[in-house]
Design a protein around this ligand. Structure first.
Ligand code: FES
Length: 569
């Protein structure tokens, strides 16, 4: 019989007009899977499984999910895994970014529609953790994030290699002609050699640290390597913790709050995290009606030092960060700056977590706040006539010599234009010029690719130029290095001033003043605006139409307008 406080399979019945019939039918069908009556009376812990044959980062998920199930069963629950969209970063056209919101919708709706007392979200590759957190924040069912964990960096000749800062370093050498095709093939086979996510503080690792700091993942679990036995123990513990959440009914709205989002921003800055994470965190927060102000980001950046020495900002890999104390060690250093009363999935506050003994910390990798790796935070937001609603620069992975500079724009109007001309020996470009890429933002039709790391023009790369100012409405891989201004908002395709830049214009960058100015008179910009060609026709059906009709700009997390806010379903 149905009750007023249903648990497990009695939750959220399929509508046949007779609730008792619905429950009887559901139990009957569930018994066809061989479960005993006793098991079917237990609370149900869903396991959102984003394993896929087209996602190498998640290839260890079957073993991880077995461990989650062990934890749930031992705690008295019934673990039931279900598939969701998976987003393997390098396999999706045009980009995985275009499909992050699709995965978030899938996760939200399946968590809400199925009879789950709590859910363990198993993700890792760049867009999967943001999508799962966005979905969980909206569904508002008790949820815990289990992270895939990073790949191991492995020995190759006399050094360790790990995706993907090293991928870019060697590719730049190949482009510059200092290594040949045979060698780049040998390197290709040694960059990513275990299960797990990229081995550096890229987007996946940044989002893992953010999930733990938000309070949505168990303490100490963000950085455990994918292939380490501790990762399986973390999975088992996450299963048990999900059962505790099912009993306490601690929902994401009590964990994802303005204060925990600010803590997560501090973490992002202190780890020199990925620029992508500011978009993803804005999207997760937006699902609970929390706005992230880029001006506030700058205030936090000025008071949050970079504390870790990790690639791409520094020299170490994620496995080193884990052994050095991980997120917990960083949180302890940041403690005076954090909101300590934030709730976490364990039912403890952040302050209670940090009152436990600290454990070993390797100070070569996690620095004390008194001796930081860099005295200021990794990211800054820039504003000005070129980016009225902001742009992002990762100053911790850039060349400070270029921070106060003015240059001549060399403009590429699209990705196609960029690839057609960047290596043209006749390209009119000098190392002091600013490379500008237009039409690579969220509404451009390109899916906002990680193309903001514009390659150094071939002839300059061969002459030894390593960095130039590069500006675009695109994103950049969290594993890249350079003086790169990204996420220019509004984007060119949405009427932003970036669309009006022409080769030969002067642009002024001042990281000190947080400014990026297009030095062209207003009346000339007006003439150019009136002469802009019409936008190419937009998709007329399917998910791409939904995406183009509803995607928001980077400052609102590139979420869909109808998904933001914590309102009722
Ligand atoms: Fe999956 Fe880098 S490709 S995290």
């Amino acid at each position: 019989m149905t009750t007023d406080n249903p648990i497990g399979l009695a939750r959220g019945l399929t509508n046949y007009g007779d609730p008792d019939f619905s429950l009887y039918l559901r139990r009957s069908f569930a018994r066809s899977m061989g479960y005993s009556e006793t098991m079917l009376q237990r609370p149900v812990i869903g396991i959102a499984n984003s394993a896929s044959g087209i996602n190498n980062c998640h290839r260890h998920f079957p073993e991880l999910i077995d461990a989650v199930k062990r934890g749930v069963l031992a705690a008295g629950g019934l673990p039931l895994d279900f598939p969701t969209v998976s987003l393997g970063e390098v396999y999706l056209n045009p980009t995985s970014m275009m499909y992050r919101n699709l995965m978030s919708i899938d996760t939200e709706e399946m968590v809400r529609a199925q009879p789950l007392d709590a859910v363990v979200l198993v993700g890792g590759c760049d867009k999967t953790v943001p999508a799962q957190l966005m979905g969980a924040a909206s569904a508002n069912v008790p949820a815990i994030q289990l992270i895939a964990g990073p790949m191991m960096a492995m020995r190759f000749e006399n050094e360790r290699l790990g995706a993907c800062t090293d991928c870019r370093r060697f590719w730049a050498q190949f482009r510059a002609g200092t290594i040949d095709a045979l060698r780049i093939r040998a390197i290709e086979g040694n960059l990513a050699v275990t299960a797990g996510t990229c081995a550096v503080m890229g987007t996946a690792s940044t989002m893992a640290c953010i999930a733990e700091t938000l309070g949505m993942a168990l303490p100490g679990t963000a950085a455990i390597p994918a292939v380490h036995a501790d990762r399986l123990r973390a999975a088992e513990a996450s299963g048990a913790a999900a059962m505790a959440l099912a009993k306490s009914r601690l929902t994401p709205d009590r964990i994802i709050t303005p204060q925990s989002v600010e803590n997560a921003l501090r973490m992002l800055l202190a780890i020199g995290g990925s620029t992508n994470a500011i978009i993803h965190l804005a999207a997760v927060a937006g699902r609970r009606g929390i706005e992230i102000s880029l001006k506030r980001l700058n205030e936090l950046s000025d008071t949050t030092p970079v504390l870790v020495d990790l690639k791409p900002t520094g020299q170490y890999y994620m496995e080193d960060f884990n052994a050095a104390g991980g997120v917990g060690a960083v949180l302890r250093e940041l403690q005076p700056l954090l909101h300590l009363d934030c709730m976490t999935v364990t039912g403890e506050t952040l302050g209670q977590r940090l009152s436990a003994p600290a454990g070993y910390v390797d100070r070569n990798i996690v620095r004390p706040r008194s001796e930081p790796f860099l005295p200021y935070g990794g990211l800054v937001a820039l504003f000005g006539s070129l980016a009225p609603r902001g742009a992002i620069l990762k100053r911790s992975a850039a060349d400070p010599k270029l921070f106060e500079s003015e240059g001549r724009a060399v403009v590429f109007s699209s990705l196609e234009d960029l690839s057609a001309r960047i290596d043209d020996p006749g390209l009119d470009v000098t190392p002091q010029d600013f490379l500008v890429l237009q039409n690579a933002g969220p509404k451009s039709g390109t899916g906002m690719p990680e193309a903001g790391y514009l390659p150094i023009p071939g002839k300059l790369a061969k002459a030894g130029v390593k960095d130039m100012v590069r500006i675009s409405d695109a994103r950049m891989s969290g594993t890249a290095f350079g003086t790169i201004v990204l996420h220019v908002t509004p984007e060119a395709a949405d009427g932003g001033p970036l669309a009006l830049v022409r080769t030969g214009d002067r642009i002024k960058l001042s990281v000190r003043d947080r400014r990026i100015e297009l030095m062209v008179a207003e009346d000339e910009l007006g003439r150019r605006r009136n002469a802009l060609p019409p936008r190419p026709s937009a998709p007329t059906r399917g998910y791409r139409k939904l995406y183009m009709d509803h995607v928001l700009q980077a400052d609102q997390g590139c979420d869909f307008d109808f998904l933001r806010g914590g309102g009722a379903f």
